[in-house]
Design a protein around this ligand. Structure first.
Ligand SMILES: NC(=O)c1ccc[n+]([C@@H]2O[C@H](COP(=O)([O-])OP(=O)(O)OC[C@H]3O[C@@H](n4cnc5c(N)ncnc54)[C@H](OP(=O)(O)O)[C@@H]3O)[C@@H](O)[C@H]2O)c1
Length: 299
C-alpha cells in the first residue's frame, strides 16, 4: 500500500515537473512572439505617424530618419551671406546640425578655401559630397559669348570636378564615401534650356561613370541624379511663358512638374547603406518624360 502511494506521489512529482517545463516553454515561446509582435507594432506605429503626411513626405520622412543616422553633420555654402544665414537659422530651428560659409563655387580659390573649412570641421574625413550648384543662361547657341560659356561651365561642371578632386582625400578614409551630382535630364536628352547647360550636365553624367570605376577601389560610390522640371527658382524664366506648365505636362506621363522632395529623397537614398551596390548610374527623376515616345499625357 505504502509502495502504491509512493509511486502515485512520484507520478505526481513527475506531472508537476512536466507541467512546469511546459509552462516555462510556453512562456518562453510567448515572450519571443511578444517581442516580435511588439517590434511589428512599433513599425506600424511609425508608419501610422508618417501616414498623417502625404505620400511623398512620408517616404522622405522615413528616409530622413535613416539619413539622420548617417548625415549627422552637414556643411553647405551660398554666394550670399544673407541667404546662408537665413537657411542656417531655419535648419538650426529644426534641430539639424548644419554649418556653412559663403563661397562662389565658380572660383577655384574659393573652392579650395571651402574644402579647407570642410577638412577642419570634419577632421579630415567626409562621408558624402553633393554637387548641387547650377545655373543656366537661355540663348540660341550662336548667341553665347565666350564669357557666358565659361561662367556656366565653371559653375556647373568645373566646380563639381574640382570639388571631387579636393574631396577625394577626405572621402577615402571614410571607407563608405558617396558623391552625388545633381545633373539634369538636359544632360541625357535635348531640352531647350541652353546648349551649354545641357553640355555641362552631360559632362557631369560621364564624370559619374568614370569616377565610379576609378574610385570604387577606395569604397567611394558615385551617382548622378537627372531631374526633369522641378518647382524651384531656376524655373522662373520658364514661367514667364504662360504656357510653360501645360507644355511640360504634355511631355510628362505623370502629368505634373516634380517637387523638391522627390529629388532630395533620392539623394538621401543613394547615400544610405541600402544603396550600397548602386554606383556609376544616372538616375532620372522625370515622371516618365524621358521614356515616353507617343503615349498621350492628357485624358
Ligand atoms: N529645378 C529644376 O527644374 C531642375 C531640373 C534639373 C536640374 N536641376 C539642377 O538642380 C540644381 C539645383 O537647382 P535648383 O533647381 O534648386 O535651382 P535654384 O533654386 O536656382 O538653385 C540653384 C542653387 O545653386 C547655387 N549656386 C548657383 N551658382 C552658384 C555659385 N557660383 N556658387 C555657389 N552656389 C551657387 C545657388 O545658391 P545661392 O543662390 O545661394 O548662391 C542655389 O542653391 C542645379 O544644379 C540645377 O541645374 C534643376
Amino acid at each position: 500500500m505504502e509502495d502504491v502511494r509512493e509511486r502515485e506521489r512520484e507520478r505526481e512529482r513527475e506531472r508537476i515537473k512536466r507541467g512546469k517545463r511546459r509552462e516555462y516553454c510556453s512562456r518562453k515561446i510567448h515572450s519571443k512572439n511578444y517581442l516580435k509582435f511588439s517590434e511589428r507594432e512599433r513599425e506600424r506605429e511609425i508608419w501610422k505617424e508618417e501616414e498623417v503626411r502625404d505620400g511623398v513626405l512620408r517616404v522622405q520622412q522615413l528616409l530622413l530618419q535613416e539619413a539622420a543616422k548617417e548625415l549627422a553633420k552637414v556643411y553647405t555654402c551660398s554666394r550670399s551671406k544673407a541667404n546662408l544665414d537665413r537657411c542656417l537659422h531655419e535648419w538650426e530651428g529644426k534641430g539639424f546640425h548644419v554649418s556653412g560659409s559663403v563661397c562662389d563655387v565658380s572660383s577655384r580659390a574659393q573652392r579650395e578655401r571651402l574644402m579647407e573649412e570642410v577638412t577642419s570641421i570634419f577632421n579630415g574625413q567626409l562621408n558624402i559630397l553633393v554637387n548641387n550648384a547650377g545655373i543656366t543662361i537661355f540663348k540660341p547657341t550662336v548667341d553665347y559669348t565666350a564669357e557666358e560659356l565659361s561662367t556656366v561651365m565653371a559653375t556647373n561642371f568645373d566646380s563639381a570636378y574640382h570639388l571631387c578632386q579636393l574631396a577625394h582625400p577626405l572621402l577615402k578614409p571614410s571607407g563608405r564615401g558617396n558623391i552625388v551630382f545633381i545633373s539634369s535630364t538636359a544632360g541625357v536628352m535635348a531640352l531647350d534650356v541652353g546648349s551649354i547647360y545641357s553640355a555641362s550636365k552631360g559632362a557631369m553624367n560621364q564624370l559619374t561613370r568614370n569616377l565610379a570605376c576609378e574610385w570604387a577601389k577606395d569604397n567611394i560610390r558615385v551617382n548622378s541624379i537627372a531631374p526633369w522640371f522641378i518647382k524651384t527658382a531656376i524655373l522662373d524664366p520658364f514661367y514667364q511663358n504662360s504656357n510653360f506648365e501645360d507644355h511640360a505636362r504634355a511631355r510628362t506621363p505623370l502629368r505634373r512638374i516634380g517637387e523638391v522632395e522627390e529629388v532630395s529623397s533620392m539623394v538621401a537614398f543613394l547615400c544610405l547603406p541600402a544603396a550600397s551596390y548602386i554606383t556609376g548610374q544616372v538616375h532620372v527623376i522625370d515622371g516618365g518624360a524621358t521614356i515616353n515616345a507617343f503615349y498621350p499625357t492628357h485624358d
